[in-house]
Design a protein around this ligand. Structure first.
Ligand code: HMG
Ligand code: MG
Length: 294
């Protein structure tokens, strides 16, 4: 059945902004995060400690964390790919990180400069050290439904890779539809391939307009953490045809209709996304933002 409460894992400041052509000033990012916290969101993925040449939009990770006013009850996870990234994240005082693996060979190469198998060797010592330092560690798995170079991805391949991340000690596994091609039947097969929905989250991009349908399919299977980005910002610079994430406002509208608790203030989110769209110079793609913005 449906969960009573859903945790919204807000990725706008990371997944959203990593794909913007323009580099957003750090002050704007900080205001964005503060407004999102003010809108009642309790998990705000803040940035990534990746190679600055690979993702120049997030090269200000140190400055961002130095300027961040952490609010009580809000966590600010960051992406970390390797030992160097973990050093930087620890120096910046983070308490929650996410590693990010690929379910396919091609994307492991393009996103991590690694093979499918090698990536686990890169993550293992990172997770071990992070856990020893008392950090919370999430695992992302990308290309869980389709890959732009390899086509549809077999559910067994996804489940096998995902299990490795959970076995490493990740408290949660976020199943990524990086390029937004999934449909609900596939979601049922992949989610159903895991022993329990308790350690799963879903991360849908909305390229083909399926993100909400896919979310509903996952909720019905008991998944209770959903990734989204305010205003539907987002994408992945290393994945062709990856567009925005599921919009947080669209998710909130769905959850409200289903009577599922989430803790977010929809009007405050819409105001935040409208403000962010002005900063970026283009309207939000979110249908709910369009419908509600004065
Ligand atoms: P590499 O070039 O193979 O790295 O990149 P390397 O280990 O060979 O090191 C080369 C140089 O980079 C060295 O410096 C390292 O110190 C430095 P040198 O000795 O030559 O002077 N270096 C670093 N510097 C700063 N921070 C670091 C770091 N690591 C190495 N962390 C690497 C390998 C993993 C670093 C690179 O491929 C990378 O940064 N990839 C990140 C790509 C990325 O961020 N993609 C977007 C996030 S994933 C996503 O969006 C999907 C998701 O949303 C879910 C979904 O939608 O599916 C999560
Ligand atoms: Mg993503």
């Amino acid at each position: 059945g449906l969960p009573e409460r859903v945790t919204i894992w807000e990725v706008g400041a990371r997944d959203g902004l990593q794909n913007e052509k323009a580099v957003v000033p750090v002050e704007v990012k900080l205001e964005f995060l503060d407004r999102l916290a003010g809108a009642g969101l309790s998990v705000l993925e803040a940035t990534s400690f990746v190679h600055p040449k690979w993702v120049p939009q997030l090269a200000d990770a140190e400055q961002l964390l130095a300027g961040l006013e952490r609010r009580e009850g809000v966590s600010y996870p960051v992406l970390v790919p390797n030992a160097r990234g973990l050093d930087r994240a620890l120096a910046a005082g983070v308490s929650s990180i996410a590693i990010f693996a690929s379910a396919t060979e091609t994307f492991a190469k393009r996103n991590l400069n690694s093979s499918l198998d090698e990536q686990f060797g890169m993550f293992e010592p990172v997770v071990e050290r992070a856990l020893a330092e008392g950090l919370q560690v999430r695992g992302y798995l990308s290309m869980c439904f389709g890959d732009p170079w390899e086509g549809p991805v077999p559910a067994e391949q996804v489940v096998a890779a995902g299990r490795r991340l959970l076995d490493m000690g990740c408290f949660q596994l976020s199943l990524g539809d990086t390029i937004g091609v999934a449909t609900p039947g596939q979601v049922e097969r992949v989610v159903g391939g895991f022993a329990s929905p308790d350690q799963l989250a879903v991360h849908f991009h909305d390229t083909y307009g399926q993100a909400l349908s896919n979310t509903l399919a996952a909720l019905r299977l008991g998944v209770s953490t959903v990734d989204s980005s305010a205003g539907g910002l987002g994408g992945c610079p290393y994945a062709e045809s990856a567009t925005g994430n599921l919009a947080t406002e669209d998710l909130v509208w769905l959850l409200d209709g289903l009577g599922i608790e989430h803790g977010a203030d929809l009007d405050a989110l819409v105001r935040t996304s409208t403000w962010m769209a002005e900063q970026l110079g283009r309207p939000s793609p979110s249908r709910v933002v369009k419908a509600l913005a004065g």
